[in-house]
Design a protein around this ligand. Structure first.
Ligand code: SF4
Length: 190
């Protein structure tokens, strides 16, 4: 768990269904000077205890390293508690939650998650597969579908790319803004 600007970032797991070439998950797992190499996944109660008062933060963010939707039940339980205590929640995800959980998870997040940020990474399915070291076409399509459903469901949806060579920012922006209707953001690796 770490604080950045005025958000509290919660690292529920370091497990991930992908293996991105730019990810330090299996290395030092350092983000902005915080070491996220957790050795034990926190329980829901441990996370809640650490949050304390969620209204102290702009939002409580479920994030990586690792894919938070791998622990979907924990995301739901913690965010339910946050909402009951007047806090805001955000899910940072690779957008593969429906594949991971083998069902459409978006309806389960209604009323629990306020904002979603999805890693688009690139607009090309083959490049996507190379970057994330997964079946590019299958996961790219699932991620785009997840994003479109999210736009229909949540009022605040962002899609991000990392500043990498070979990623066409203009094309990514057009896809995100014109075709999907989400907010576009280019970000550093982490
Ligand atoms: S999806 Fe995120 S946590 Fe998973 S390998 Fe890629 S960058 Fe790392």
């Amino acid at each position: 768990m770490y604080k950045l600007r005025n958000s509290l970032y919660i690292n529920l797991t370091i497990r991930c269904n992908a293996d991105c070439v730019f990810c330090d998950r299996k290395g030092e797992a350092i983000i902005k000077g915080h070491n996220l190499r957790i050795t034990k996944e926190p329980t829901v109660q441990e996370v809640i205890n650490e949050i304390g008062d969620p209204t102290k933060y702009d939002d409580i963010v479920f994030c990586g390293y690792g894919g938070p939707t791998i622990r979907l039940d924990a995301v739901k339980e913690v965010s339910k508690w946050v909402k009951q205590h007047r806090g805001k929640t955000r899910l940072n995800t690779d957008g593969h939650g429906n594949i991971i959980n083998k069902r459409n998870i978006i309806p389960e997040l209604v009323g629990l998650i306020d904002a979603v940020s999805i890693s688009l990474n690139t607009t090309d399915p083959e490049h996507y597969g190379e970057l994330m070291r997964i079946d590019g076409k299958k996961h790219f399509n699932a991620m785009i579908e997840f994003a479109k459903e999210s736009v229909k469901t949540f009022h605040d949806v962002t899609m991000t790319i990392v500043n990498l060579d070979g990623v066409d920012r203009g094309k990514a922006r057009r896809l995100v803004e014109d075709e999907i209707g989400a907010t576009f953001r280019a970000r550093p690796y982490f």
